[in-house]
Design a protein around this ligand. Structure first.
Ligand SMILES: *Cc1c(COP(=O)(O)O)cnc(C)c1O
Length: 349
């Protein structure tokens, strides 16, 4: 399989927009119609009057270094959501091509496909929330260009078996996107280490969860250089703004801090899970490797509503396939979780 053969012909032939900042980044810059007199805001000595760097090399290099890959293997987007959308636009011909998603999972893959008018085929996870390889293979046709998997999976919380994902990569002539948004909370290894040997594998990451930076909108992916080069070609030239890349670079100075935060969340997750198990109407607390816990309980939607009435908002997942009577609860601070448990103990359902 050649990656190039999976790319939409119009994208393969695309001559990307060349911005003023592609050619010169210093000198007397009179080429981009920026405000030469400066900016109305002064923040951290940043030149906010200038368009940002379209190549984002320092940021991509830092992320690449963090994962032991090259800068040519790293792409940054406005959240992973932008990366998902760009991948669809690079590989899938609207109305003709399809993607496969493994449900229940993150809702954005389907929405992004719907927006782009790309057909969605669904394979259900097994009862222990693992990939049903035969069914994924069954759903994958000639026109299937991308298979999305999420590991640890949202909302089930478990890690998908790597050998299953790699087997799909080997046997399916499509791109396999593995969304590792919650990886920092998991005990397992990352699939990033398999990217070098698996040209059709794309691993998605984000600063929105363990890094606690959902507000700055920065996601990224690690993939083979061909895929990265098309992402660079198709993205908006200035997708990552100066403030976001400045803050992200600062955050990346202190990787240990993320590890400490993640392990504090994991510790609290286990405490929360234990407390939830002791609620009489909670019939199951699924094991989690993420920063949330999936539970099954009697009259889940009623529980959801009663909690909301008390200002405690969890996620009702009862209408998702395989998730009858399930709620997804994000790990809070010990105080927040105490309030949740207190409120749940007080409910009569
Ligand atoms: C939260 C989440 C993301 C994060 O998306 P961003 O656009 O990076 O904020 C990505 N994937 C999954 C599965 C998520 O749950």
């Amino acid at each position: 399989m050649r990656i190039e053969d999976l790319i939409r012909p119009n994208i393969r032939a695309l001559k990307p927009y060349r911005s003023a900042r592609h050619d010169f980044t210093s000198g007397i810059l009179l080429d981009a119609n920026e405000n030469s007199f400066g900016s109305v805001l002064q923040l951290d000595g940043l030149e906010l009057n200038r368009y940002p760097d379209p190549f984002q090399v320092p940021l991509r290099a830092k992320l690449a270094h963090l994962h032991g890959v090259g800068v040519e293997n790293a792409f940054v987007g406005v959240g992973s959501d932008e990366v998902i959308d760009l991948l669809l636009r690079i590989f899938c011909e609207p109305t003709r091509d399809s993607i496969v998603i493994v449900e229940p999972t993150y809702g954005m893959y389907r929405v992004a496909a719907d927006i782009n008018n790309i057909r969605v085929r669904t394979s259900l996870l097994t009862d222990d929330f693992q990939i049903d390889i035969a069914s994924v293979r069954d759903e994958s046709r000639n026109n299937t260009k991308i298979i999305f998997c999420c590991s640890p999976n949202n909302p089930t919380g478990n890690v998908l078996r790597h050998e299953d994902i790699l087997s799909i990569c080997r046997h399916t002539p499509a791109i396999v996107v593995v969304d590792e948004a919650y990886h920092d909370f998991a005990g397992s290894e990352s699939l990033i280490r398999s990217v070098a040997s698996t040209p059709n594998l794309v691993v998605l990451r984000t600063l929105s969860k363990a890094w606690g930076l959902a507000g700055i909108r920065l996601g990224y992916c690690v993939a083979s250089p061909v895929i990265i080069s098309y992402l660079m070609k198709v993205k908006a030239p200035y997708n990552i703004n100066v403030l976001t890349s400045h803050e992200a670079l600062k955050a990346l100075e202190d990787v240990d801090r993320v590890r400490r935060t993640a392990s504090a969340v994991v510790q609290e997750r286990e405490r929360l899970a234990q407390a939830l198990k002791e609620i009489p109407y909670v019939t199951k607390v699924f094991p989690s490797e993420a920063n949330f816990v999936l539970i099954r309980c009697t009259r889940a939607t009623l529980v959801y509503r009663r909690l909301a009435e008390q200002g405690i908002i969890v996620r009702d997942r009862t209408s998702e396939p395989k998730l009858q009577d399930c709620l997804r609860i994000t790990v809070g601070t010990p105080t927040q979780d105490e309030q949740l448990i207190e409120a749940m103990r007080g409910l009569r359902v």
